[in-house]
Write a protein that binds this ligand. Sequence first.
Ligand code: SF4
Length: 400
Amino acid sequence: MSFVAEFNALPLPSLVRKSLTAGAAPVRESLSKPRLALTDFAHLISPAASECLESLSQRSHRLTQQRFGKVIRLFAPLYLSNECINNCQYCGFSRDNAILRVTLSPEEVKREAKALQEQGFRNVLLVAGEHPKFVSPAYLEDCIRALHAEIPSVSLEVGPLETAEYRPLVAAGADGLVVYQETYDRGVYAQMHTAGPKRNFDWRLETPERAYTAGFRRLGISPLYGLADWRFEAISVAAHADYLLRNCWKAQVTISLPRLRPCAGEFQPLTHMNDRDLAQLVCAFRIMFPDAGLVLSTREPSRLRDGLVPLGITLMSAGSHTEPGGYTGAGREKLHQTVRGRIVELASGASEWAPQTNRATNATGQFDIADERSPQEVADLIRRLGYEPVWKDWDAALMA
Ligand code: SF4
């Protein structure tokens, strides 16, 4: 049975109701269990559990130290392309947005990776919009091969593919795949995805399973908080993680915690999740899944990120750029707009060429980041908090 069948059978409305109405007694009872079920997770994200956030944090902190030690792994996103055939209302790369686009060549990708390597990174997440013409499986394979000798840990966050299309990417050296479901609410999903193959909710939901079958050994999942009710999303992604841990047991499962950020298109979040909710959710995920990686990106501001580190976070991005060429200016001379799949050259001297402050390229980013510290500043802060920053997540040599 795939997760789609299990997801369709989940009593989600009743779990959300339990989460909203649980009193202190069910929270205490759930916390006393050695192994938690989905109902217990619903209790841990309840308003009643928010009242005892201090004891949740202590438990989460203890569990994280037992399972992961005092270590925070660092990674950087490397954007290959901001071309996309989908229209996702909340994303700057949506095909109808008149943004400056570019797809880096494998050589340019190597240049970007070298810049990240010089900053210390050995763990890179390759990110691209979904566009079969510009971001084909063969192109992805070339990019992975170009990097693999220098960067031991390469993960992907790209448009979903078939199992057979994933296999050569694993063979080329990619070991992790991240796919956000964006929202687990089918109605909201249909409203948010108005054009393109991403409209297929089930196809996306099954992506981690196809990736696992193809040989990926790290699977990252998440909703994007700000589209549907956060408790509904959290219970859904917890069910998804639970399924993957039972059925894709050779893989490490990571859960991200992205909240919507400003982007081209000016989309406003439909729902709100405050900082305290986010902290509570970190603790609930850790208590429910002691061995899952919990990922925090530069979408969150520095002070909040610093405060969440001891609660249960194990992986953080740092110094991120969300535009292709953001680290070196690679691809700057190829910037264009894309209209109905066709490249439209910019007139020379057009205002888009005017240099922007603090940016290596004028390509449009996916969203604005909130923590603008350099990777070294983030690493120093991690040390000051008593943790060791680790730049490398995985080496294929370990399996050899
Ligand atoms: S979220 Fe992904 S698929 Fe949707 S527009 Fe942005 S890049 Fe494209």
